[in-house]
Every structure is written in C-alpha cells, then in structure tokens.
Design a protein around this ligand. Structure first.
Ligand code: NAD
Length: 247
C-alpha cells in the first residue's frame, strides 16, 4: 500500500509512537493530522514534519468527531486512523488505588479507542474503505502483575479490535491492534533504568513504527500484531477455545 496522498489521523501524535509514525508517513507523501492534548508539542511536531495539528482529548467523544471532521475538511476524507493516545496508569488495585487515576487510564486507553472508531468509520465509509490501527500493548496479550489496570484496558482494546475487525471488514474498513513491548518513549521513563538493569531489551521506536505501518497496510482485519525486541513484528495467534459440544 502506498501512503502517498492518503489522509492519516494520529491520536497521541505529539510524542512517541504517534510522532514517529506521523513523520514516517508524511515522508511517504501522506497528509497527516496529529491530534493530541499537548498543543505546543503537537504544533511543533506538525510544523517539523509538514503535518496539521488538531487539539483533541480522546476521552471526549465529541473531540474525536471534531478531529475526524478537521481531517476531512483539510484533506477531503479519511483513509487511516491511528488510535494511539495512551498513558500509564499510576494506579494499583488496593493500597495505591485512586479512583481519579483509574477513570483517567480507562478513559484514555480504552474509551479513546472506542470513540476513535466511532468517529472514523462513517468518514471511511464515505471513502469506500480505510484502515484503523489501535495501539494496545503486549500488556493486552499477557499478564502484567505490576500494573493490572493497564493490562485491563489494553486487553479491552485487544477484545474490541478482534470483535470489530470482521464486522467492518465487510465494508473494506480494517480494524487491527499493534501490541508493542517496552519501547523507548517517555512512557517508560519511570522504570527504564530498572528494565536496563534487569537486562530487558528496550525496543527502538523505529522498529515499532515498522510494525505499525505494515499493519496499516495489511489486508487483515481483527488481528493483533506484537512488536518485541529481536523479532520481526508479527501476528499473535490466539488459541480457539473448544466448542460447547466438543469432547
Ligand atoms: N512505549 C512503550 O513501551 C509502549 C508499549 C506498549 C504500548 N504503548 C502504548 O503506545 C501508545 C503511545 O505511547 P508512547 O509510548 O508513544 O508514549 P508518549 O507519552 O510518548 O505518547 C503518548 C501521547 O498520547 C497523548 N495523550 C495522552 N492523553 C491524551 C488524551 N486524553 N487525548 C489525546 N492525547 C493524549 C500524550 O500527550 C502523548 O503525546 C500508548 O497507547 C501506550 O499505552 C507504549
């Protein structure tokens, strides 16, 4: 798939994976719209890579609709939505439980993807198809004992995408999730030194972007690709559970 002239909306586009993916796709000739709550960083990035910026808090469904409208107004439609905004939780289950932090993490990491799909699909229908990639995490595929709330919302994204993928594929709209392990963005600042001292490899952002861009172009829908150090990004194969009448 060529990204030349494609219209791409990226939430969480001011930093990290969103910024790097925006730069890659703008370099390939795409019309990129970066959507983020960080206005200054977002505008600076957009100027640097030749993209547009729109302020968008993904916790608000109206803001997701407005970001899609902005892309459509600026560039005539929407082909790709990278629903990538996300945060670490800072919230445990008992001693460190905090209702506000809990709600915020679920809103950004899960509601944000729901609202993003809700806003993007009608615009993609008008285009005759499109590609949606949500950023989940390896935390959406495996247990994360040190951050169960993060695991819960990222597993939510995985379930959402696997369920929505086959439905919207009928209209040529693909819905997939990228599931990176620990990668070198500011989100791991608080525990990067610990990972390094444990000898856990940290993934280069460029390697994650390779996986994101491949998945955007994939004909599949409803799949989750993991990105891990030392492996090419690839589909995670879920086991089927036995049917109710299987012995
Ligand atoms: N870096 C990793 O190790 C890693 C691994 C797996 C998954 N992820 C996921 O990757 C995605 C991108 O994170 P990153 O690592 O690039 O971190 P990052 O902090 O560099 O980027 C996240 C972006 O999301 C934006 N954002 C936060 N709340 C928002 C909101 N309410 N509305 C709109 N934008 C908002 C931030 O301003 C920021 O620009 C997240 O969903 C994160 O959970 C990261």
């Amino acid at each position: 798939m060529s990204f030349s002239e494609k219209v791409v909306l990226i939430t969480g586009g001011a930093n990290g994976f969103g910024q790097a993916t925006g730069a890659r796709l703008a370099g390939e000739g795409a019309h990129v719209v970066l959507a983020d709550i960080e206005e200054e960083a977002g505008r600076e990035t957009a100027d640097a890579i030749g993209a547009e910026f729109v302020h968008c808090d993904v916790r608000d469904p109206e803001a997701s609709l407005a970001a899609v409208d902005f892309a459509v107004r600026e560039f005539g439609g929407l082909d790709v939505a990278f629903l990538n905004a996300g945060i670490s939780t800072g919230c445990g289950l008992v001693e460190t439980f905090d209702l506000e932090l809990y709600r915020r993490a679920m809103q950004v990491n899960l509601d944000g993807v729901v609202f993003g799909i809700n806003a993007a699909v009608p615009a993609m229908r008008r285009r005759g198809g499109g590609s949606i990639v949500a950023t989940a995490s390896l935390a959406g595929l495996t247990a994360v004992p040190f951050d169960p709330i993060y695991a819960a919302n990222k597993h939510g994204v995985v379930g959402l995408v696997r369920s929505a993928g086959p439905v919207y594929a009928l209209e040529s709209i693909r819905v997939n999730a990228i599931c990176p392990g620990f990668a070198d963005t500011r989100i791991i600042d608080g525990f990067k030194a610990g990972l390094e001292s444990e000898g856990i490899p940290i993934i280069e952002v460029d390697h994650v972007v390779d996986g994101i861009v491949d998945l955007m172009a994939s004909p599949d829908s409803g799949v989750c690709h993991f990105v891990q150090a030392g492996h090419e990004p690839q589909e995670f194969r879920f086991r089927n559970i036995p049917g109710p009448r299987d012995n």
